[in-house]
Design a binder for this molecule. Structure first.
Ligand SMILES: Cc1cc2nc3c(=O)[nH]c(=O)nc-3n(C[C@H](O)[C@H](O)[C@H](O)COP(=O)(O)OP(=O)(O)OC[C@H]3O[C@@H](n4cnc5c(N)ncnc54)[C@H](O)[C@@H]3O)c2cc1C
Length: 404
């Protein structure tokens, strides 16, 4: 490898992305004596991370932002050897392990862990106009949608505002339920609004058992949500949507006046993943069972790991059905951090284990379910309390500086 030019800042480890997976890699490195000696840089365009699993409650302000944010930069800089690098990654030369930022900076490292994740946004170009649908995952998105809702609900806004949520998976059900909760708490300054949940499949929560889907539908309808299953979004226009209703024997196309469309139809790879010099499957970065990034020939790229939503584990040419969830980020971060240290020390590495399920908490406005395989518990108060407890445990993991 040629020696770096003076303009290139050099680290032992660079962690690209400081959300759920990236911050946990740092946590795991710091737990080991050798890890604490390394100069680590964490690169992210966000210094603070809102708690994503309860993003719908942050949107409605049922959960105040101040109680639901991790001050990532505070956590990172709490150790003398770690540095938060606020910036946008534009590309990476994976073989040289050199990273380029939008502001012109270049960074290099002995080891790189990519944790640049996903975006909650519709697939471009498949549905005309759909790029106007908004997703709520990160803080700036929650702020934008909150502002839009405020304008719609103002006494000067449209007479009967309607918000359409697209996608009847967990995120869509949670979003529609939370909007119903908001609408029910209307007053003279904030008017109620109609909520439609549009889902192309025959039942809600397709990834969970049938009973969970049925209960979710009952709870949403009881809270006033207009539920449309077997309804596929065809087009988004400035004043409404066009969708295909496949409930009748002969499907029909219907128009619906709409003031705001929220996308909850699944995540897709963060755009930068295509410029990192790592082979991809459906846009996600391929890794082997040691979570080492793969090149176009399927060979491991020296010193580069991928974790979290961005990672697609390929084993014997088959893609693992890993969960894109917080718990999977924690499991992967532990393996990647251990393998990174093992590589530096010339020790044996370990392999990641496939786990396909884990209990789900599904919040549905005033109601709430806990689902594990075929088991469904309808526990509104306990689950709401428990999910906040989990959030506080998550923050506590990263210490007092992270709450600053
Ligand atoms: C609406 C929603 C609800 C969810 N609810 C739950 C839940 O209840 N339970 C659960 O377990 N999981 C939930 N998840 C999934 C969970 O949030 C993800 O699995 C987790 O956030 C993935 O973490 P990550 O670190 O891999 O990536 P992400 O969280 O996607 O973070 C990627 C990070 O990379 C940064 N980044 C991206 N591109 C660049 C760039 N070019 N330059 C610099 N920085 C960049 C971003 O700023 C971000 O900080 C939910 C996801 C969504 C979208």
């Amino acid at each position: 490898m040629s020696s770096p030019s003076p303009a290139v800042e050099r680290y032992d480890v660079l962690i690209l992305g400081g959300s759920m997976a990236g911050v946990e890699v740092l946590y795991q490195l710091r737990r080991k004596r050798r890890g604490r000696t390394l100069r680590v840089g964490v690169v992210d365009r966000q210094e603070v991370h809102g708690y994503i699993p309860l993003c719908q409650e942050r949107l409605s302000r049922r959960l105040h932002d101040a109680h639901a944010r991790l001050h990532t930069a505070g956590y990172v800089t709490a150790a003398p050897n770690a540095e938060m690098i606020v910036g946008t990654v534009t590309r990476m030369n994976s073989t040289a392990r050199r990273v380029f930022l939008e502001d012109g900076r270049a960074l290099e490292a002995e080891m790189i862990v990519v944790a640049l994740g996903s975006v909650l946004a519709p697939p471009a170009h498949r549905i005309p106009g759909v790029e106007g649908a908004l997703g709520v995952k990160f803080d700036h998105e929650a702020h934008e949608v909150r502002d839009r809702l405020q304008q719609l609900r103002a006494p000067s806004g449209p007479t009967q505002p309607r918000v359409v949520v697209v996608g009847g998976g967990i995120s869509g059900v949670e979003m529609a339920g939370e909007l119903a909760w908001m609408s029910q708490r209307s007053d003279d300054l904030q008017r109620p609004f109609e909520i439609t949940l549009l889902h192309s499949g025959p039942r809600l929560l397709p990834a969970l058992c049938e009973r969970a889907g049925t209960l979710a539908a009952d709870h949403l309808e009881a809270q006033g949500v207009d539920l449309r299953v077997k309804a596929r979004l065809m087009e988004m226009r400035s004043d409404g949507i066009l969708f295909e209703d496949r409930v009748p024997t002969t499907p029909e196309q219907l128009e619906m006046p709409t003031d705001l469309v929220l996308w909850a139809g699944g995540v897709r790879p963060a755009p930068v993943l295509e410029r990192l010099g790592i082979a991809r499957r459906d846009g996600w970065l391929t890794v082997n069972r040691e979570l080492r990034a793969l090149d176009a020939d399927g060979a491991a790229i020296e010193g580069v790991f991928v974790v979290g939503d961005a990672a697609c584990v390929v084993d014997d040419d088959a893609v693992w059905p890993t969960m894109k969830r917080a718990i999977e980020c924690l499991w992967q971060a532990k393996v990647a951090a251990a393998n990174l240290l093992a590589s530096l020390e010339g020790a044996a590495t370990r392999v990641h284990r496939l786990r396909e399920d884990f209990p789900h908490g599904v919040s549905i406005g005033a109601r709430s379910l806990v689902v594990y395989g075929p088991l469904v518990l309808d526990l509104p108060r306990i689950n709401t309390w428990f999910r906040r407890f989990l959030m506080r445990r998550y923050f506590a993991r990263y210490g007092a500086r992270a709450r600053g």
